[in-house]
Design a protein around this ligand. Structure first.
Ligand SMILES: *Cc1c(COP(=O)(O)O)cnc(C)c1O
Length: 387
């Protein structure tokens, strides 16, 4: 990008957000957040028992169309509880993508399992069905009903795609491959609240789907996560293990398995309820922003990543693809030096010291994307909100 274009990118950002220093994705709290927080404090129900926890779960279930929703302290805990619920155990392997945020893979390791990193598609930046099918057909055999990885002799017990920046992976194809191999699919849809493929909300294609409400996500509860599902047994199991594995009883302390203290506190949930009241408005403003930047970058020969024609994307973090690693680094240096936060996509998980010995395929597309994708400021401009 030429200096002139970079300067105008910076100026426009400063104008949109009405400040010199622009963050990548600032949360906005101008609705009922403070009112509900006061209500929670007055009620003294600040931990996981409380009416806002139930309300938040019901509202997320309604919004996504899921039968059940279980809230957790954060998205990572939600992923961990989801993997345990699907039966992922010590010594198992879970297929995921190398191009993801570290939490996806940490959750696999918390179960004592190991990741297998497969490549992503160039357009969606999500797990590639072609690579998935090829890997499973080439490297696995079925033994006593389990899918065994011939490269390691370990069972593969789950497939976990991630919807990068809220752009749907080829989820229908991924689900049909999972079905062919009789493997459960868990969607890391932490970035995808508000995104749909063929009208169905992401996180609802797999047996379980996970959302995050960290402060940089599309709506926030400070820290928070949610698991959505239509499966009643999975729901009951999730409720059990996220509440210390306690057997329900009037007064006795009985716990029948190792559980976790993973439930979302009421104090956080009430912020989520307030944020959800404005989700539609937030999504609409983010769409405007994406349309604007698409128009800005098009004449420069730079494209926004924005999914397929049957996708409705939430525009969580707007991503542009530069032409080379060099152009990307120059863009990042120039804009950040001027106080406008832009960020590269993640370092590949397979390049991190903890995961460098994991099995992976060639990851050519993942590498290319890691070299060229950057995110630009994508928060909702405060002055555009109706209140
Ligand atoms: C944010 C995120 C998570 C984890 O969420 P936290 O709430 O921060 O624990 C997991 N996976 C992906 C892809 C994310 O972006």
């Amino acid at each position: 990008m030429e200096k002139h274009s970079l300067d105008s990118f910076i100026e426009i950002n400063q104008k949109i957000y009405d400040k010199r220093s622009v963050l990548l994705h600032e949360p906005v709290f101008s609705g009922n957040e403070k009112t509900y927080l006061n209500d929670v404090i007055d009620s003294t129900y600040v931990s996981y028992a409380g009416k806002y926890v139930d309300q938040f779960e019901k509202k997320i279930a309604t919004f996504t169309g899921a039968k059940y929703a279980v809230s957790t302290v954060n998205g990572t805990a939600a992923l961990h509880a989801a993997l345990l619920t699907l039966g992922v155990m010590q010594g198992d392997e879970v297929i995921t993508q190398s191009l993801t945020f570290v939490a996806t893979v940490n959750a696999i390791k918390y179960c004592g399992a190991d990741p297998i990193f497969l490549d992503v598609d160039e357009d969606t930046m999500g797990l590639s069905p072609d690579h998935l099918r090829h890997f499973l057909e080439t490297n696995t055999i079925k033994v006593n009903g389990r899918v065994i990885n011939k490269l390691s002799n370990n069972p593969i017990s789950c497939i976990m795609p991630m919807h990068t920046f809220g752009i749907p992976a080829r989820i229908t194809e991924l689900c049909s491959i999972a079905q062919d191999f009789d493997l459960p699919l868990l969607e890391d849809s932490a970035e995808a609240l508000g995104s749909r493929s063929n009208g169905k909300h992401l996180g609802r294609y797999g047996k379980l789907g996970v959302l995050s409400f960290n402060s940089n996500k599309i709506i926030t509860t400070g820290g928070g996560g949610m698991i959505i599902t239509d499966d009643e047994n999975a729901y009951l199991k999730l409720m059990h293990i996220t509440k210390t594995g306690k057997v329900s009883h009037k007064y006795e302390f009985l716990h029948d398995e190792i559980g976790y203290n993973y439930r979302l506190p009421n104090l956080n949930a009430c912020v989520g309820v307030a944020q959800l009241e404005r989700l539609d408005e937030i999504l609409a403003l983010k769409k405007d922003l994406a349309v604007f930047w698409s128009g800005f970058f098009a004449p420069l020969g730079i494209k926004l990543k924005n999914g397929g024609k049957n996708d409705l994307i939430n525009n969580w973090l707007i991503a542009i693809q530069l032409r080379s690693h060099q152009e990307r680094s120059h863009f990042l240096d120039y804009t950040n030096d001027a106080g406008v936060s832009t960020r590269p996509i993640w370092t590949l998980m397979s390049d991190l010291p903890m995961f460098k010995n994991a099995i992976s395929d060639n990851l050519l597309t993942s590498r290319h994307l890691a070299d060229t994708i950057v995110n630009i400021p994508s928060g909702v401009p405060r002055n555009r909100l109706t209140r």
